[in-house]
Every structure is written in structure tokens, then in C-alpha cells.
Design a binder for this molecule. Structure first.
Ligand code: NAP
Length: 333
């Protein structure tokens, strides 16, 4: 099979298109003929080496975190999936490999794609829908509460907004004016154009926030929360609680405790709860998210479609930003 592999880490990372023999299919695994793979900011973080502390990949590493495809083989102990079924998944972070003609994945990480989604739509869903589900699980979500999503006009917002709305939250989003209409249609109550308005001057007493921006934006988001409000960051600093939740061991717990000391002090200053998260693979939870999205008649936009040979170009396009809809790789018909 052909696969896009990371052959050099760093700012000038290298991606090679290599011919590989098929990896073996474990007893709990399925083999999937990939139709489309979604390209995410995470792929660039991995390639640049930013994720090395969380997962030190040995190179060459087949890239790609999410796909839609059809099952071509099932492991001996897989009971609930069959050859020919259309499935999608966020691949487990320690076993990625969606930028390939074939992917091998534990069956616990996949779920069937609801009929209402095209292949392209399905490819945009797994990673960001699971991120939304897991971020909301970390919060005390109750109908009627208000959620602020910074940078909610991208691929993450496209999933997080309808899922949060379905859970009864009032959603406020900051982001790109170009995507305002799209997010308003998803149920956003208030939109803040990040180039013209400063949400920290406009908002206060917010219950919950999901941060996709990190940096200086983190403190601004803490400042708009109610006392005892909660912020989940997808972008800022991992902390000790994250290391414990992910069973990363005492050494990383201590490391992240030290690294996040400033963020934790900030959270104390504003009397808010700070969480960091990194999205996990989870077939059952993806099934629940897909049901919510199907019920809400969500049809996510996708951006430009690239071939496997153009993987580096697709990743560069994601890194440049300003896209409308998720960038996809097309692997097969
Ligand atoms: N930790 C995790 O598990 C996890 C999971 C999923 C995503 N993430 C992270 O979440 C972030 C967003 O992901 P995505 O896939 O949604 O990216 P995306 O599709 O590129 O969307 C980002 C959106 O944010 C907007 N934006 C840029 N700067 C902004 C600012 N200062 N204020 C408000 N909005 C701004 C962009 O608008 P423009 O068009 O103007 O650029 C764009 O609409 C990424 O950093 C990604 O790594 C983390």
C-alpha cells in the first residue's frame, strides 16, 4: 500500500510517499480501505515535533489521524463489524496512520457512518466531534448554561456548536467573519468577529469556555468566566491533572505540573477550573456524536481535496489557516 510518512521532524518537516507492505491485522483490529482522510492542525503539530512529549513516534511514521473508509478484513475476535461496512474513526494517537491506502485500527475506535452523511462529510467529523464530546464531558454541562468557544468558526466549531446546542447550552463564538453565517445556522446565539471586537470587553459571567487559541487568549477567556466557571483548553499548557487522567506516569505529571504553574496561578486568580485535553479515540462516543449530528441535520463543509501525493501541500494549506471547511485527502473511490 502507499502511505504518506513523516521522515523528518521540525519546522522543515519532510513527508515521503512510500510503498509499504500491509501491517498485520491483530485479533481486535480491522483493516479499512481509506476513502478520505481529514487533515487537521494536529498533523502539523506532530510533524513539527510539538507532540513528542506526548507521543514520541519512531520515524518513518505514517501520518493521519482520522478517516472514513470500508472494512476489508476483520480480526479473529471482532464480532460487531463486517467486511464492506462504511466506518469512520479518530485513530488512537499512539497508532495513527490514516494518510494511507489502508489503515489498521482497533475495532473499539471505529463506528459505522450514518447513511445521511456523504463520504466527504463523514471524513470531517471524527476528530473534532470527539474533541467536542470529551471537552463537554470535562465540564459541568447543564441546559441553560452559556458556553464561549474561541476560534469557533473552524473545523472544531463545526462539530462543537451543534453538539453543545443539542446539550442545551447557549453558545457564543468568536471567529472569522467569513464563517459567521455558517456558525449562526448551527445555532450560535452571539457571534464576535475577532478582527473587529474584543470579546473580553463584551462578555462577562460566562459559565464555560473552550479555548482553541492558547497564548494570551487563555487569560482573556478566564477573565470572562464566572467564579467557579470552567475552561477547557485544546491549545494551551498540559497540566498535572491531564497527565493523571491520561495515566502518563509520575514523571510526566511532575513535568506538566511545573510547566503549567503559571496557568494554574492564573486560574486561581480568576477562581476558575482549568483543564487541558487531547482528544482520545473512542468508537462508542463517536457513534453518540454522529447520532446527535444526524438528528440535528448537520452537513459539515469540507474544504479543498488533495491526493495522497499532495499530502505536504494539504498540510501546508491547513497550517496557513483561513480555510472554510476541513481539508481532505482522497485515497480511493
Ligand atoms: N487538543 C485537542 O484534542 C484538539 C482537538 C481538535 C483541535 N485542536 C486545536 O484547536 C484549534 C482549532 O482547530 P480547528 O480544526 O477548528 O482549526 P481551523 O479549522 O483552522 O479553525 C480555526 C478558526 O479560528 C479562527 N481564528 C484564528 N485566529 C483567531 C482569533 N485570534 N480569534 C478567534 N478566532 C480565530 C480562524 O479564522 P481565520 O479564517 O481568520 O483564520 C478559523 O475560523 C487548533 O489549534 C487545533 O490544534 C485541539
Amino acid at each position: 500500500m502507499k502511505a504518506a510518512q513523516l521522515t523528518k521532524y521540525g519546522r522543515n518537516f519532510r513527508i515521503g510517499i512510500n510503498s509499504l507492505s500491509l501491517p498485520s491485522v491483530g485479533s481486535h483490529d480491522v483493516q479499512v480501505k481509506v476513502i478520505y482522510a481529514g487533515v487537521n492542525p494536529l498533523d502539523n503539530l506532530i510533524a513539527r515535533g510539538t507532540m513528542k512529549l506526548l507521543v514520541p513516534y519512531r520515524l518513518p511514521q505514517t501520518m493521519g489521524n482520522e478517516f472514513v473508509g470500508r472494512i476489508t478484513r476483520v480480526g479473529d475476535d471482532v464480532q460487531n463489524f463486517h467486511v464492506g461496512e462504511r466506518v469512520f474513526a479518530r485513530m488512537p494517537l499512539d497508532r495513527i496512520g490514516a494518510f494511507a491506502e489502508d489503515a489498521i485500527i482497533n475495532s473499539a475506535a471505529i463506528t459505522r457512518v450514518p447513511e445521511c452523511f456523504t463520504d466527504e462529510e463523514a471524513a470531517t467529523i471524527p476528530l473534532t466531534a470527539l474533541t467536542a464530546m470529551q471537552a463537554l464531558d470535562l465540564m459541568d454541562v447543564e441546559p441553560g448554561k452559556t458556553l464561549f468557544i474561541s476560534g469557533g468558526t473552524g473545523s472544531f466549531g463545526a462539530m462543537a456548536i451543534p453538539i453543545a446546542v443539542a446539550k442545551g447550552l447557549t453558545v457564543i463564538v468568536s471567529g472569522s467573519a467569513r464563517n459567521k453565517d455558517t456558525v449562526m445556522k448551527l445555532g450560535v446565539s452571539r457571534f464576535i468577529d475577532y478582527r473587529k471586537e474584543d470579546y473580553s470587553q463584551e462578555l462577562s459571567h460566562i459559565d464555560l469556555a473552550i479555548d482553541t487559541l492558547g497564548g494570551k487568549e487563555l487569560e482573556k477567556q478566564m477573565s470572562i468566566l464566572k467564579p467557579h466557571g470552567t475552561i477547557v483548553s485544546l491549545r494551551a499548557m498540559p497540566n498535572a491533572e491531564f497527565a493523571r487522567r491520561e495515566h502518563m506516569g509520575k514523571a510526566k505529571e511532575l513535568l506538566f505540573k511545573l510547566a503549567s504553574a503559571q496557568v494554574e496561578r492564573m486560574a486561581k486568580k480568576y477562581h476558575v477550573h482549568y483543564h487541558f485535553m487531547n482528544v482520545d479515540a473512542n468508537g462508542q462516543q463517536l457513534h453518540e456524536a454522529a447520532e446527535i449530528l444526524a438528528h440535528a441535520h448537520v452537513h459539515p463543509l469540507h474544504g479543498d481535496v488533495f491526493s495522497l501525493n499532495q499530502t505536504k501541500e494539504a498540510m501546508d494549506r491547513v497550517a496557513r489557516g483561513h480555510n472554510r471547511g476541513k481539508i481532505l485527502l482522497k485515497l480511493s473511490e
